[in-house]
Design a protein around this ligand. Structure first.
Ligand code: KG4
Ligand code: ZN
Length: 326
């Protein structure tokens, strides 16, 4: 099937075409307008999607060498995400689906992040454990099969990406904070400060990062002259080490050989190195960094999987800003 995927849940406007399980095009526009505010401004995000979506969809179609008339269906992010941003994407997709008289399907953005791993490893076998780490979510899943998922645990407060973003803001860095902290941390010593790690008992699959962020705030206020690279490296280590230890416990508990990491934080190179070192007995998969952060290839790919077994949404489906996987 030839499926157009559309993603507008936050601050990336993206479109992609998937043909029989292969991504043949992927176009994306990152909204830089938010950088100066240190975070995403929802109203600005919706307006930017409205402005850019048409161009991005045309770009994806051009790159795929297909015309709209060749499409068999449209997959669009239904949630979770910012309401106005989701409305911009779903309204556009619905208009196109009506005009072309083809089926449409609302996609769960988080489930799509998980399935982006099949783009990295098409032969990936079930079951596997997934560490899902994005700007709004930090969850551990046991993925038993397609459409059969078990939540092992999630964060009680901030998500890992949020901890990076808030930490960067405290340190006076730009948005998004993850790449900024990662960049500084490369020239720092992660052993220089022992930041707190919460909920570290072996069979606890919950996370908490709000105390860490507060610890950074107090530390930075008292130690303004300390080398910022060392602070960034120690802060990054405190986040990543917790993620890796919990992923390891989850792999041990479920006895899954395959582990995958998904979501924007999975683009972090230190997370990749540290997990491979700490879990050398497991097969750990990371999508290409461009498929970890928000993109439409993952929406088109998962959309095709569902549409090809006949799953569709009614045209009057609503956005779901707090959508859950199960
Ligand atoms: O999945 P994503 O693109 O959007 C959501 O669905 O939330 O994740 C965005 C999050 C942001 O918090 C950003 O700071 C973080 O992913 N991120 C990173 C890196 N690249 C993006 N965190 C750590 N290291 C990175 N290289
Ligand atoms: Zn995302």
């Amino acid at each position: 099937m030839k499926i157009l995927g559309i993603e507008t849940s936050c601050d990336e406007t993206a479109a992609s075409v998937c043909v029989d399980g292969k991504i043949v095009s992927s176009a994306l526009s990152s909204q830089e307008i938010h950088n100066k505010f240190g975070g995403v401004i929802p109203e600005l995000a919706s307006r930017e999607h409205e402005k850019t979506l048409n161009l991005i969809v045309l770009k994806a179609l051009k790159e795929s060498k297909l015309s709209v008339k060749d499409l068999d269906g449209i997959a669009v992010t239904q949630g979770p995400g910012l309401s106005g941003a989701l409305i911009a994407g779903t309204s556009f997709a619905k208009g196109l689906a009506v005009g072309l008289n083809i089926p449409i399907l609302g996609i769960n953005h988080l489930e799509a992040h998980i399935f982006a791993n099949f783009l990295a490893e098409p032969e990936l076998e079930f079951p596997f454990v997934c560490l899902l780490v994005s700007g709004g979510h930090t969850q551990l899943w046991e993925i038993e099969n397609f459409m059969s998922y078990r939540l092992l645990g999630e964060t009680r407060d901030d998500a890992a990406g949020e901890a990076f973003d808030k930490g960067a803001r405290i340190l006076g860095l730009g948005y998004p904070g993850g790449p900024e902290i990662e960049h500084l941390a490369k020239n720092g010593d992660h052993k220089s400060i022992d930041f707190p790690k919460a909920l570290m008992k072996k069979n606890n699959f919950e996370f908490s990062f709000s105390g860490l962020k507060t610890a950074l705030l107090y530390y930075f206020e008292k130690n303004k002259k300390m080398k910022i690279e060392d602070i960034a490296a120690s802060y990054q280590f405190a986040i990543i080490d917790v993620l890796v230890k919990k992923l390891k416990y989850a792999a041990d508990l479920t006895n899954c050989k395959n582990c995958v990491v998904a979501g924007g934080v999975a683009a972090n190179q230190f997370l990749r190195q540290h997990s491979k070192k700490q879990m050398s007995n497991r097969n750990i998969i990371f999508p290409h960094p461009s498929l970890c952060t928000d993109n439409a290839a993952m929406i088109a790919y998962l959309g095709e999987k569902y549409l090809s077994i006949g799953k569709t949404s009614h045209l009057n489906f609503s956005i779901s800003p707090n959508m859950k996987i199960v």
